[in-house]
Design a protein around this ligand. Structure first.
Ligand code: PLP
Length: 409
């Protein structure tokens, strides 16, 4: 494959993010002065512990014995026949908690504990990151507060209950639109006031430096495993890696260790909602303009005045108006190919995987599966694909049940 900017890509692994937390012009540290000491403390601790073998060993032991890693790389024979090439699924849905999010929360909570913090705070929209953080809070015996918009609390009652069962306190946010971005603001406000004993646990590769770097490094385990597994199974690298993109953590997690492998196409799939010609979508990489949100420069869905647009997707986990700065840069370098799938395509892919493979995928992950259908003409029979199955669909059944296609006869 030909890349105009291959020299930059070859150097990529050693260079980004730079010392200011930038990926090219993206990312950075657009945070209020009052947060700087906390972010600097976190950056220092991160560098110290990521070069500490004992820390890394403890992290990998937790992933192995508590979360169940390595997750299988499964050859989906029936789906392969249907699509017309070899499709492998990286089974992140088999992690404890039912998704890849556990990799990041256990890493960050362990880091926080080493830093002497005793409390965790996080925000959540759909409740999945709140649920994952509540797991980490219980495991490490750390008091955990989850900020959540009042509207989301009603919409996601099942996840609220799960968090409470694990001992976390769910704090309703009544300001603004009473959803995710207001919950982030309230969470950060709380952190500023309690930074001495509290770690803010970021849920994806977004936010100010060092968060995009930290979350990526904790999620890289997905791609490291997948590379080893595919070399064992196929004795070659895959032709394609495909993952859904909300903030971008499962995608960068599986893709990062393949960035320098020229012949591996990397495809990120965003939520096209009801379609890109409507206002109801979440296609930040594909349609957004550069702007700053939650401390970082990224592609962002905004109106002509720079106000953040409300996003829409059938899967709450992809409902974020921006996208991680690293993905923005990889797109600009031509290294990341960007696609999208609509709600309808996603539901069809969800149904297909359930029936063909006996695996009920998360609606987020179903976007990646849906994209296979869109581009299946370009696959050759011997092509090897890896789709990151970021999570299980058990959490989505209430939404699924509302769609006519899923009435049980
Ligand atoms: C949260 C979530 C996502 C989206 O987050 P990323 O940071 O883009 O990975 C995707 N899939 C599942 C199952 C999730 O829970």
């Amino acid at each position: 494959m030909l890349y105009a900017k291959w020299n930059i890509i070859m150097d990529y692994i050693n260079k980004y993010p730079d010392n200011l937390g930038k990926f090219g012009e993206f990312g950075g540290l657009f945070a209020p002065e009052i947060l700087m000491p906390a972010l600097n403390e976190l950056t220092e601790a991160y560098h110290k512990y990521m070069s500490d073998d004992d820390f890394l060993e403890e992290f990998y032991q937790i992933l192995k014995y508590y979360s169940g890693r390595p997750t299988p790389l499964y050859y989906a024979a029936s789906l392969s026949e249907d699509i017309g090439c070899k499709v492998y699924l990286k089974r992140e849905d088999l992690n404890h908690g039912g998704a890849h999010k556990i990799n990041n929360v256990m890493g960050q909570a362990l880091l926080a504990k080493k830093m002497g913090k005793t409390k965790l705070v996080a925000e959540t929209g759909a409740g999945q990151h709140g649920f994952a953080t509540a797991i980490a809070g219980a495991y490490f015996r750390m008091e955990t507060k989850i900020f959540m918009g009042e509207i989301d609390i009603v919409r996601q009652a099942y996840n609220v209950y799960r968090m409470q069962l694990l001992g976390a306190e769910v704090i309703p946010v009544k300001s603004g639109s009473k959803t995710l971005k207001d919950a982030v603001n309230e969470g950060l406000r709380y952190w500023i006031a309690n930074v001495h004993d509290t770690h803010y646990l970021m849920g994806s590769v977004v936010g100010p430096h060092p968060y995009p770097l930290i979350v990526r490094e904790f999620q890289r385990v997905i791609g490291k495993e997948a590379k080893k597994q595919i070399l064992e199974l196929e004795e070659k690298l895959p032709n394609y890696i495909i993952a859904c993109i909300g903030g971008g953590s499962n995608a960068i997690g599986i893709m990062y260790d393949f960035i320098n492998d020229k012949d591996v196409q990397l495809i990120g799939v965003e939520a096209a909602g009801e379609g890109k010609d409507t206002v109801k979508h979440s296609i930040a990489l594909g349609l957004g303009r550069k702007g700053v949100l939650h401390g970082s420069l990224m592609y962002l869905l905004q109106n002509e005045y720079g106000n953040i647009l409300e996003t829409h997707s059938i899967s709450a986990g992809l409902d974020y108006p921006g996208v991680g700065p690293e993905h923005c840069f990889l797109k600009e370098l031509g290294r990341l190919r960007v696609g999208a799938a609509t709600d309808d395509e996603t539901l069809a892919a969800f149904k297909k995987l359930s029936l063909l493979e006996g695996i009920i995928p998360a609606l987020e992950s179903s976007h990646a599966l849906a994209y296979l259908e869109r581009i299946k003409e370009e696959f050759k029979k011997d092509d090897v694909l890896i789709v990151n199955l970021s999570g299980s669909g058990s959490k989505d059944l209430d939404i699924i049940k509302k769609h006519v296609d899923f009435k049980i006869k």
